[in-house]
Design a protein around this ligand. Structure first.
Ligand code: CTP
Length: 403
């Protein structure tokens, strides 16, 4: 009974996938959860409140201004009495409403009023899922802390169209619910760890920017490895082509200055790992309009100024984490440069790597761990293995401190 005594408020949206929620309710109750359901008006066109009520063994709520419901329970209380709110299927409409703070029916009012974690299982036509408006809404919801499970790829029940948009299967949703509700376990449980990853983009004008070849693979792998050991990971990433790692709260930024602000907003933390390849410089005055070629004038001169050093700022911060780890990408004098960086930036450890080869963007990495105590050279490893080892090392270093 993995979910015994857990209270789940299930909001059923209006989509053909609503029929799968009948199975979801059954699976949740088998695991000991109490399930209370809210249905949107559209949902009642797909499954009946009678079936939902029978399977959940509870009243089903559909009306925002139902005099009896508001008197007995009310949308505020409904939203607070649960341990977790699950939206399945999360339609494009429900996502759009919450992303924009609309609350014109019971389901959306509950979502806006809640102080509990929310998990959405989107289901919609692939074109709706790919629409920029839905993308925007999902990004906004994610950054508001809403968790998602699915959608997967497959054929749509109604149109036969293939693509992404199919609701996660009931057992996948159950697994996501269990992960969300289970108290985190592992040597890093209860530890907040900030990780930076990826490059930064520094604008030249609205269409051009300065960047570097960082893929974010190493940073994302470290964030995922720390989460697997139970840490509450706050990943701040520049623009990358990678998916947000599972179980990690991820913020997306563009510039070094945005990255610094996002990192400082996550302090205090137990540890911080700075893997991002932050641009050292930005243009002194990014143009508001696209810079045009002007006949006879030749190319423009870009005046550069220094970006804030995020590692160094945090290494000397009033809220300095117990453990501060930096990376040093070097093409020569690896160890001497890393030792110097350790001191200058106020770090406890520097993971030094030789970027002479194809490390940037590649799958492998050969690093040395540099600390005041000396240098530990690791063999050539996959980036995931480097991440797993580093996560273990962090767990070991934090073990002696109080969680
Ligand atoms: N770093 C940072 N903010 C910056 C620059 C770097 O947080 N503005 C962090 C990186 O995330 C990394 C470490 O500092 O953990 C080292 O970055 P690196 O680019 O190797 O060092 P630099 O400070 O640029 O030093 P150098 O010019 O000697 O390469």
């Amino acid at each position: 009974m993995t979910l015994s005594s857990k209270r789940i408020l299930l909001i059923i949206g209006g989509g053909i996938a609503a029929y799968k929620t009948l199975d979801l309710i059954r699976r949740l109750r088998e695991r000991g959860a109490a399930v209370r359901c809210v249905m949107t008006a559209a949902a009642t066109e797909f499954v009946t409140p009678l079936s939902v009520g029978t399977l959940s063994a509870d009243r089903v709520f559909t009306e925002l201004f139902d005099r009896d419901d508001e008197h007995d329970v009310g949308h505020i209380r409904l939203s607070r009495q649960a341990d977790l709110i699950v939206v399945a299927p999360a339609t494009a409409d429900l996502m759009a409403k919450l992303a924009n703070g609309l609350a014109n029916d019971l389901a959306s009012a509950v979502l806006l009023a809640t102080d509990k974690p929310v998990l959405m299982a989107p289901a919609m036509n692939p074109r709706m899922w790919e629409h920029p408006a839905t993308r925007r809404n999902r990004a906004a919801l994610k950054s508001d802390g809403i968790a998602f499970v699915g959608p997967g790829r497959g054929e749509m029940a109604e149109s036969g169209e293939a693509g992404e948009g199919r609701m996660a299967e009931p057992l996948e949703i159950v697994a996501a619910i269990e992960a969300k509700l289970a108290p985190s376990a592992g040597p890093l449980a209860g530890r907040r760890i900030v990780v930076t990853s990826g490059p930064t983009h520094e604008p030249i004008d609205p269409v051009r920017y300065i960047a570097n070849r960082s893929s974010g693979r190493q940073g994302h792998a470290i964030a995922a490895a720390l989460a697997r050991l139970g840490a509450d990971v706050r990943l701040v990433t520049g623009p990358v082509a990678l998916a947000d790692p599972d179980g990690v709260s991820t913020r997306h930024v563009e510039t070094a200055r945005d990255m610094l602000a996002a990192v400082e907003a996550e302090l205090p933390a137990d540890a911080a790992v700075f893997v991002a390849a932050v641009a050292d410089w930005r243009t002194a005055d990014a143009a508001g309009q696209k810079i045009k070629k002007v006949a006879g004038e030749g190319p423009p001169t870009l005046r550069m100024i220094e970006n804030p050093d995020i590692l160094s700022t945090v290494g000397h911060h009033r809220l300095r984490p117990f453990l501060v780890i930096g990376f040093a990408a070097e093409t020569q004098h690896l160890h001497a440069n890393a030792q110097a960086k350790l001191k200058r930036k106020g770090a406890d450890l520097i993971v030094a790597n030789d970027v002479g080869g194809d490390v940037m963007g590649g799958a492998r990495n050969r690093v040395s761990i540099v600390s005041a105590a000396g240098i530990d050279e690791w063999p050539d490893l996959g980036k995931d293995e480097v991440a797993a080892r580093l996560a273990e090392l962090i767990a070991e270093r934090l073990r002696s401190t109080v969680a």
